[in-house]
Design a protein around this ligand. Sequence first.
Ligand code: GDP
Length: 318
Amino acid sequence: MSPAVDPDDAVFVAGHRGLVGSAIVRRLEQGGHRNLVTATRDQVDLRNQAAVAGFMDEHRPRFVYLVAGTVGGIMANSTRPAEFLYDNLMIHANVIEAAHHVGVGKLLYLGSSCIYPRLADQPIVEPALLTGPLEPTNEAYAIAKIAGIKMCDAYRVQYGCDFVSAMPTNLYGPNDNFDLQSSHVLPALIRKFDDARRAGEDRVTVWGTGRPRREFLHVDDLADACVFLMEHYDDPGPINVGYGEDVAIAELAGLVRDVVHPGASIDFDTSKPDGTPRKLLDSTRLQQLGWRPSIPLAEGIASTYDWYLEHVAPQEAR
Ligand code: GDP
């Protein structure tokens, strides 16, 4: 059984400034947690084994959310594979080993739906892991993420550690990366339509054919699921965390357009990669445990755009 979480237990959120980590911090604070442990990259470089070991020894957290990593969209993934492999392998290995060393009560490791084979049957079930070739545009990231799952399982087998692995679908929300070269599609589209609206342009270019299908989960739903899994889930292997529906990229572009710049036209740049044709998770196991998402896509896009306007757009010279 999972250890009960007390509001005064030390909880380390590794990666607390990122999209996921900041949402987990919000969720834990809303739930009354009083003892959150965090470290900025300047304070502790999670790729540095000695720094991580020293930090964990000093703080001795009872619970760890391992949600730190080098992440990015299709272009960043395919052009910076060395960074995606090195950074993520080092971060996972250092935090998992240190968590074992200091006797962390439970660790939740966050993977990604790109761990599954490119042509996995849809919706994708957890046993599809390692049953076929990966999508080449995110292979480096996927290999690092699979290594993290296997580490959690190995530490469970060899040392009896209560380390679990959650696999989220494509995420979006506050604190996302809106840089057009390195972001994922949803924040990229918010930025492109907003840039066009400000510039008085009525055409926006979307990468690829618009036909790939993706599932999008608001990061506040993901954070809620992570806290739920920390308290209610104890099995080896990955457990999927999805929204339950997917959309074509062309449909997604239409939804963002309707919120940000109604009436704009959409062009498709087919010289850019489509990536995997479809990625929809089967989240039946999580639903059977009793968790469901609550933020519909259109509502999530609108609130993320509000966040973008308040936090990103005005601070940049245009
Ligand atoms: P993926 O799920 O790992 O493929 O990551 P992305 O979120 O980067 O891309 C999802 C899909 O959206 C791919 O088919 C991209 O080609 C497509 N896409 C369309 N326009 C954009 C864009 O401006 N940025 C990104 N990152 N993807 C885009």
